[in-house]
Design a protein around this ligand. Structure first.
Ligand code: MG
Ligand code: MG
Length: 265
């Protein structure tokens, strides 16, 4: 069942999503060679709680094992999504995808950004740029009267046309009082197919794009998803409200990109 949101509900979703953007900016300040992903997680959790919200990922149930133990998902290099923060030191040339979710005033925020650690190769920068651009191409289609397949098609076409893989097993989603609501929002699809988009639908659009093939596997920790060929993957996510004419982006990368300055992709 797809819940259409009222204007008041959309504003609450915006506040939650702006907090996610500000949290990711706090994390961005710390990303450099030698920092652990556990330290990033600690700072994010403190910032979220100081702002009167709770991290939604922490304790998130896993049908195949233990609940998610942390506030952030931190996925390094060949990890695609759902990496668990820990003692791993980030190293010069790594990339780290950081996904963050909060619950505040009864509504969820969900957004993700892939960061460079120090200087990364131009090949990898290109992966990040194409993935981020694909997110915005998807968002351009999150408009009243279009269909879900239009979003997926835009993402898929832009990434596959340059030889990248589009992960199929994990998808975007509706969002509201629950982090994951209907509908599912795949990053692949055919134009003019799938559910009709209506003003007031709120969606998390989140391309997960691989440099090599799209094949993935689940690591032994029961959460981390990694590319089979060991090549890097990127993940960018915004929460948006479908509107007439143009989508309303409720999350924001502005805070992050202020921190990154001219290093932003
Ligand atoms: Mg997310
Ligand atoms: Mg999401």
């Amino acid at each position: 069942m797809i819940f259409l949101k009222t204007e008041d509900e959309i504003e609450l979703l915006r506040q939650s999503n702006l907090l996610v953007g500000r949290t990711l900016a706090e994390v961005a300040k710390l990303i450099k060679p030698g920092v652990t992903t556990a330290e990033l997680d600690r700072v994010a959790e403190e910032f979220i709680r100081d702002n009167g919200a709770v991290p939604t990922f922490k304790g998130f149930p896993n049908p195949n094992g233990a609940p998610f133990p942390c506030t952030l998902c931190t996925s390094v290099n060949a990890q695609v999504v759902h990496g668990i923060p820990g003692k791993t030191l980030l190293q010069e040339g790594d990339i780290v995808s950081i996904d963050c979710g909060v619950l505040m005033n009864g509504f969820c925020g969900d957004s993700a950004y892939t960061f460079c650690v120090g200087e990364v190769s131009s090949e990898i920068k290109q992966l990040l740029k194409v993935t981020k651009d694909a997110l915005y191409l998807g968002i351009q289609n999150a408009v009243h009267g279009k269909r879900l397949g239009d979003i997926g098609y835009a993402v898929q076409q832009s990434c596959e046309s340059v030889g990248y893989g589009v992960v199929r097993e994990f998808v975007g989603h509706g969002i509201g009082k629950e982090m994951h609501e209907d509908p599912q929002v795949p990053n692949y699809g055919r134009r003019g197919t799938g559910s009709l988009l209506k003003s007031g639908m709120c969606l998390a659009i989140e391309p997960m794009i691989t440099m090599g093939t799209r094949q993935i596997y689940l690591e032994d920790d029961g959460w981390s998803v990694r590319t089979r060929d060991g090549k890097c993957a990127a993940h960018f996510e915004h929460t948006v409200a479908v509107r007439r004419g143009k989508a309303d982006i409720l999350s924001s990368f502005e805070f992050i990109e202020e921190v990154l300055g001219d290093k932003a992709i």
